[in-house]
Design a protein around this ligand. Structure first.
Ligand code: SAM
Length: 190
């Protein structure tokens, strides 16, 4: 297949806008793969704010960052992304990009999953701090029961964003079995 897969495409959307020195968000740290990718893109002078509600996820992410020797450019928190607005670093930041890899921790407890209400609250908070032409990338997994509810809520919300303020697009394989994940990107207009 020459088409980009969902996860590579999400990374392309990030890489297209993030430059050295930027401040960016990983709203669902999980095992730290996205946080590490973002830390590489922002370089030594940039900052990643990364969070997850699970201690195991935060620990796995911290270990991954240590191994790659980039922990000093990441502020890692065990907290819900809907609490980002309480961080002083977040309040004063101009955010270039954010990524949400929704759902549950791979190989973790499948009952602990992102939910529509808190995801939308976090999107709203990040959107307020987003630079012009900054992007929020959502990778939406809807093969589990909460994921279906979350997908509908997030799509309703993102479709309602005024066209004058944001471009909102979707990238999805529409002939695959088993509810494959898809990407929604919000780009703030100039
Ligand atoms: N991006 C991760 C990576 O690179 O490994 C994978 C993320 S995983 C699909 C989803 C994560 O979201 C889980 O680790 C889960 O604990 C976390 N999560 C669930 N609710 C959350 C919330 N309200 N705020 C932050 N993280 C949350």
């Amino acid at each position: 297949m020459k088409l980009q897969g969902i996860l590579p495409f999400a990374r392309t959307l990030l890489q297209e806008v993030i430059q050295a020195g930027d401040t960016v968000i990983d709203a669902t740290a999980g095992n730290g793969y996205d946080t590490l990718y973002l830390a590489t893109l922002v370089g030594e002078t940039g900052m990643v704010i990364s969070c997850d509600i699970q201690a195991d996820a935060v620990q796995a992410t911290a270990e991954r960052l240590d191994q790659a020797n980039v922990a000093d450019r990441v502020e890692l928190h065990q907290m819900g992304h809907e609490q980002l607005c309480h961080l002083s670093t977040f309040k004063s930041a101009a955010i270039k990009a954010a990524v949400f890899n929704l759902g549950y921790l791979p190989k973790g407890d499948k009952r602990i999953t992102t939910t529509g209400d808190t995801t939308i609250e976090a999107i709203k908070q990040i959107y307020c701090q987003l630079t012009n032409e900054g992007r929020i990338i959502l990778v939406i997994y809807h093969g589990h029961p909460e994921g279906k509810v979350e997908k509908d809520a997030v799509l309703d919300y993102t479709r309602s964003l005024p066209q004058e303020e944001a471009h909102v697009a979707m990238y999805q394989f529409i002939n695959q079995r088993n509810n494959p994940p898809f990407v929604v990107v919000i780009e703030k207009r100039k």
